[in-house]
Design a protein around this ligand. Sequence first.
Ligand SMILES: Nc1ncnc2c1ncn2[C@@H]1O[C@H](COP(=O)(O)OP(=O)(O)OP(=O)(O)O)[C@@H](O)[C@H]1O
Ligand SMILES: [Mg+2]
Length: 1101
Amino acid sequence: MDEGGSRIRRRVSLPKRKRPSVGCVFVAPTAAKLERGDEEKKEEEMVAENRRRKTAGVIPVEVQPCLLSDSPDCLVLGSGDTNPDLLRHMPTDRGMGDQHNDSEEDMFGDYDSFTENSFIAQADDLEQKYMQLPEHQKHATDFATENLCSESIKNKLSVTPIGNLTELQTDEHTENQSGCEDVTVEPGADLLYDVPSSQAMYFENLRNSSNDLGDQFMKKRDWKSSSHNTVNEKLPHNCIEQRQQNDESSSKVRTSSDMNRRTSIKDHLKSAMTGNAKAQTPVFSRSKQLKETLLSKEINVAKKTIESSSNDLGPFYSLPSKVRDLYVQLKGIEKLYEWQHTCLTLKSVQERKNLIYSLPTSGGKTLVAEILMLQELLCSRKDVLMILPYVAIVQEKISGLSSFGIELGFFVEEYAGSKGRFPPTKRREKKSLYIATIEKGHSLVNSLIETGRIDSLGLVVVDELHMIGEGSRGAILEMTLAKILYTSKTTQIIGMSATLNSVEDLQKFLQAEYYTSQFRPVELKEYLKINDTIYEIDSKAENGMTFSRFLNYKYSDTLKKMDPDHLVALVTEVIPNYSCLVFCPSKKNCENVAEMICKFLSKEYLKHKEKEKCEVIKNLKNIGSGNLCPVLKRTIPFGVAYHHSGLTSDERKLLEEAYSTGVLCLFTCTSTLAAGVNLPARRVILRAPYVAMEFLKRNQYKQMIGRAGRAGIDTIGESILILQEKDKQQVLELITRPLENCYSHLFQEFTKGIQTLFLSLIGLKIATNLDDIYHFMNGTFFGVQQKILLKEKSLWEITVESLRYLTEKGLLQKDTIYKSEEEVQHNFHITKLGRASFKGTIDLAYCDILYRDLKKGLEGLVLESLLHLIYLTTPYDLVSQCNPDWMIYFRQFSQLSPAEQNVAAILGVSESFIGKKASGQAIRKKVDKDVVNRLYLSFVLYSLLKETNIWTVSEKFNMPRGYVQNLLTGAASFSSCVLHFCEELEEFWVYRALLVELTKKLTYCVKAELIPLMEVTGVLEGRAKQLYSAGYKSLTHLANANPEVLIRTIDHLSRRQAKQIVSSAKMLLHEKAEALQEEVEELLRLPSDFPGAVASSTDEA
Ligand SMILES: Nc1ncnc2c1ncn2[C@@H]1O[C@H](COP(=O)(O)OP(=O)(O)OP(=O)(O)O)[C@@H](O)[C@H]1O
Ligand SMILES: [Mg+2]
């Protein structure tokens, strides 16, 4: 770093603390058990906390600019992707915070808490305490009955017993194997008597110190002796040894005082060991010898542990014990499942090999991924990317992990919807966890490759890996992973799924190990219902099922007619005390079924959680600006609602919350819910073995029934698939056959797949000649499966053809280089149009037409209203599904101003054409249907921007409100793509400023004052309105809010949600502050190419 830079850095950065060394080596975690803190521990933590605050207080005042106003003046633009990508509002207006905010310092503290947890710090404390102890106390307790480590620092210090335990167990095991019987040594009062004097002295000292430290060690020992079958027994020894080696390097950076502290204990140990070696060995009894062996091993382990813990890494899978506490506090997870422990301690995982793991739904896969991510962030000190399939899941994860980020000192950054920066902000100290949708993850990886930063990504986790075999999203996921594999040799890839079959191809593609288990914490019983008989699915039975029971119900004639499938009988066996999901084949069917069920529910159901249900209705009305769906109005009082994409995201979120808290007990839903947010149920009913018109796939079936019986919520789970006699055979096949295989979609999704890939390979200079591109293709999932997927062509032919196609389209240019008379090399470079398409992540099927439309727009862009611009950013891919209501079209057209009607005329859509269509007349003149439909969608968007009310617009155009909202999000996304497209083409300079504004308007189609609040993950329009009117007007307001006060002032806000909002706001605020600090440093840093800079630094040297 240059001089200027370091000067600034010194001024603004936090005091340097001890950091964990790079390259985490896994300490053998002792127990999968997580322990809840007791009183003493709390007290100790408070002390630690106070100390932390004090340290934080040392931060120079210059750090304070993090107290910001968040006026969205300036936008930071990123490279686009197929989904919304813009722009994150960057505050330009910064105020110097003159007030020192304790809680903020506390929350945003660096690794101080980490340091407090370090073994060295504890050892230091321990030593000091020991020194201060009155002599008589030092001998007051007995090693056998007293405990070595205090309860209060149980977690922090547990590294010692862990090591001991592991070592002991393994040794015991070895000794047993070598024929030694009766080796269980219960440390008794006579133990010290039997050991050499030097050791005795050491233990005596340690024992006395332990008086202050509590009982951890003994607890561990007791636990150890009573649980010989724990998975710890399998822990490899080399974990500890490996780590010790690594720590040697890390220890170099420690301060001298640290060294002194350590030396004292080390010396102590050393002298103990030397003394031991020198001491005359008396004749011991066999049991005495064993005891001694045992103790000397303990010393070794203690010694190793002291050395190995020098990098501040903790005992919980190399992580600080605080992580363990956070899991207990925030997620209620007290103990890892055995498979989770086994998986985390796999040799391949420790060696950072790529890994695919597959377990049934609800198996607890996420926790393993999270621990590995935390290891990467905190131990290896690298950034991590987690790819999840949907925006809603990304937001759920952001909310869930923000508190971890705040407590442990890393950033959690959202890459979904309109959020995300490309390339991501370079962080000064802390590492980032990017949580992204598939599309955003791809853009992020592209931007990291482009800026030469791909190696900063230590780990990429892909949840629901089977999605690699699903359509264009699968193709994008494949491209992302293939690029990482090709460009970074250090990035580890981990994929998980519940529905993977024949993983060999995937393994080959990802060069990954595979781990699988059938573990499911809550048993899931699967049933089939034919007429009024229920059968249990039983793989051992001849035809795969056995009779279970007859359905017990008394139906009136009307009910029989209305409910031939006996849904009312099935759901009333469960609700209202337990929750139930009914999967229906279509959206309309969801609404009908919900209404039908409510018609026949007794009035008693109305009384269950009546007040809360009233609240839900009131809140739904609020977020709909006074509008309420009539179906929901009738069903919610019974605790029932439908759930599908026709709802707005605000409504969906509110209903999901009500369902999660048990206010609603029954959802009728489409299959999308199965892959979406985590909504568990006691009973899952599949209304028919169909999704829309298609017969159910095994994977879909598994995902849907997997919602039943979630750990921690239900003790049992059951699924009932309703079928008609005619479908019986097919259903029996469905339940017995294996899961569908996963196939690459890279070729199938031609323009969005292989062509987009080639364009970006050349655009990013990953591979620019034919041979390299072919080589790259060999390493893709498609490359692995090519012989199965496309027999008639070779991979080489496919590669050559695709490149030719792109060249012919004017997106690539070929340069032929004659290396010698025989040798010719075909190099490719990207054209301007190619770059624009790549940067804008425009589907290559539409790049020509987009170019043409924009070019035509230059000839006469109507700027009197937004309509023309909106038309240019209305997504092409939604046009084909649009069927205008001609009457509405005509009415809307008539209401346009002359200038706006002129837009239609420029595009070739005349009033007479629409009028004729509306009156059903035949039209002879040929009109471009795509343009007409696109203009209709532009009307919808234009209307939305004017009205800012989805309900009114959806009524006006007779479209489901969810559809209107999707159109809006799609347009916001496409607008930003077009913006990036224009940025690469000089001739379109005029569009740039216009599109920045338009994208902003489309992204936040709400009142400007709500925008800063809606930047916070999970705060949608409805919630933003509530918060705003309660006085929380900015991000800073939210970040400083007290969750308890929020619960009291904001209707229908649970404690969990309040905490998540505050955590997310804190995280975002901190992120912004950090980015600004980085900007300041960058501004003041002397450029590396500054004339004379090199010379002067050499002079200095
Ligand atoms: N060790 C544990 N102890 C208790 N609960 C756990 C444990 N591990 C995970 N859980 C809980 O189990 C539930 C399901 O876990 P998770 O979401 O990781 O399942 P999954 O394997 O990813 O399932 P799916 O394939 O459906 O996504 C969660 O609520 C999680 O908090
Ligand atoms: Mg999962």
